[in-house]
Write a protein that binds this ligand. Structure first.
Ligand code: ZN
Length: 255
């Protein structure tokens, strides 16, 4: 390979060997030594005279448009020959950041992705672009999520859910009340003995507390319930007081 093809690869090796900072957009040093070095070398390969003390920025600022284009071409030509072992390294990413976008940074009308197509550096560029696009999409999604309209929309949604919940609870309660009332009506239409039997066998219908005093069985229990039903009703009454307690006593005597 010619020097035009190998110098950038050699610069990468040198940076690695000497532990130069190659971090993309390094906030401490801007990976300046690394970048100054390859920019200076690119200028020389492009046939541009540069002094050793000139850093990358000074070189770029002092160049004509043609010279910049020459430097860009020298860098791209060498980047095309970078080996795949440098793929997804900070060093290569830093170089690609310096090249892209060609027009804004170098005044060169070119599509970097086309120029590097099919090379390890080109593959990295594609994945960097994808990353950038998904970052932009993510930012857009976040902005949409946090927009006043979306916030208001979510608040209305929550409000509506709460209202629906309350309405459902009220409806449940109404149904429960209705079925209790129906049971009370049934109970009221019964004789004392029938009531006793119903209570002893339909415990799950509703709590005994719902039954008004006048519907608590008050008569003789001995002919209405068998022993098992007696036990059952005693258990249901439990430790309830007053009329229920009296009923329990009568049942206990009978048992
Ligand atoms: Zn650094």
């Amino acid at each position: 390979m010619t020097e035009e093809q190998t110098w950038l690869e050699e610069t990468l090796e040198e940076a690695k060997l000497n532990h130069w900072c190659v971090r993309p957009s390094c906030t401490t040093c801007g990976s300046r030594h690394f970048r100054d070095t390859y920019l200076r070398r690119a200028a020389r390969v492009a046939g541009i005279e540069v002094a050793d003390h000139q850093d990358g920025r000074q070189i770029l600022e002092s160049l004509s448009l043609e010279e910049r284009a020459g430097m860009f071409e020298a860098l791209v030509a060498a980047a095309r020959h970078i080996e795949s072992k440098w793929q997804f390294t900070d060093a290569l990413e830093t170089i690609l950041q310096d090249l892209d976008p060609p027009f804004i940074k170098w005044g060169v009308v070119a599509v970097l992705r086309d120029l590097l197509e099919g090379t390890p550096a080109g593959d990295v560029l594609i994945s960097l672009e994808k990353e950038r696009q998904s970052y932009i999409a993510m930012q857009a999604a976040r902005a949409a999520y946090e927009s006043p309209e979306a916030v208001k929309q979510r608040r209305l949604e929550r409000q509506r859910e709460t209202e629906e919940w309350v309405a459902a609870r009220l409806e449940e309660k109404a149904e429960r009340d209705a079925s209790r009332q129906e049971f009370l009506n049934t109970l009221a239409a019964m004789s004392d003995a029938e009531r006793l039997l119903l209570l002893a066998t339909k415990e799950k219908y509703f709590p005994l507390e719902m039954i008004p005093d006048e519907l608590v069985p008050a008569g003789d229990t001995s002919n209405s319930l068998n022993a098992k039903q007696c036990e059952q009703l005693i258990r249901i009454i439990g430790k309830r007081k007053r009329l229920w307690r009296r009923l329990r006593k009568r049942l206990e005597v009978q048992r």
